[in-house]
Design a binder for this molecule. Structure first.
Ligand code: PNS
Length: 179
């Protein structure tokens, strides 16, 4: 059988233990896995692209078949350019399903050869999201055990400053999953 290359796309702002859990699971079922950070999301990220890439690279170095890249434009076009046969996405709860279904079906409409594979992270991460991690930090709470230590340190040095300088607005949007 042909080796399967999969893309795990996302914002990773910041990387959480839920993302890492999924990367580990994906690395076991795919021959090669590219974690692909979206370069120009609609909303302004907290961490720069280089920071997110650096955190991901250092936390995924132990998985020999996992690499980290960035992409822009349509995911299907990027996946095609890499010769990928699958897109990996995580589903935590029913609330993720609608958005993920829409995206998977639209991607299939754009390129019928690209399959989306959904995996569930460990239960203990089913309520975890990058958005909540940022919000907890903004209010001085602890996210120990929810993000890698390195990410926690980065949040400590960056988020306090960032949020003090510019109070965060509520960014939750309807129709978009809780990242
Ligand atoms: O972790 P996120 O932010 O939910 O990831 C969303 C992502 C990056 C997978 C999605 O926004 C995406 O694929 N963007 C690239 C542009 C694209 O292809 N849009 C059409 C999707 S149907």
């Amino acid at each position: 059988m042909k080796p399967v290359l999969a893309i795990y796309p996302g914002s990773f702002d910041p990387l959480t233990n839920g993302h890492l859990d999924l990367i580990e699971r994906g690395s076991k079922i795919f021959d090669q896995l590219i974690v692909a950070i979206l370069r120009h999301p609609e909303k302004a990220p907290l961490f720069t692209l280089d920071e997110r890439r650096e955190m991901l690279e250092s936390m995924t170095g132990r998985f020999k078949n996992v690499s980290v890249e960035t992409f822009d434009g349509l995911l299907v076009a990027y996946a095609r350019s890499k010769g990928a046969g699958a897109v990996l996405r995580g589903i935590r709860a029913i609330s993720d399903y609608e958005y993920e279904l829409q995206m998977a079906l639209m991607n299939r409409k754009l390129d019928r050869r690209l399959e989306t594979v959904f995996m569930m992270p460990a239960e203990k991460y089913s309520y975890l999201s990058s958005r909540l991690v940022k919000e907890i930090f903004r209010h001085g709470g602890s996210v120990r055990g929810l993000v890698p230590k390195k990410v926690e340190e980065r949040l400590h040095s960056k988020v306090g400053r960032a949020y003090r300088a510019k109070p965060a607005k509520a960014t939750a949007k309807r129709g978009k999953r809780n990242q």
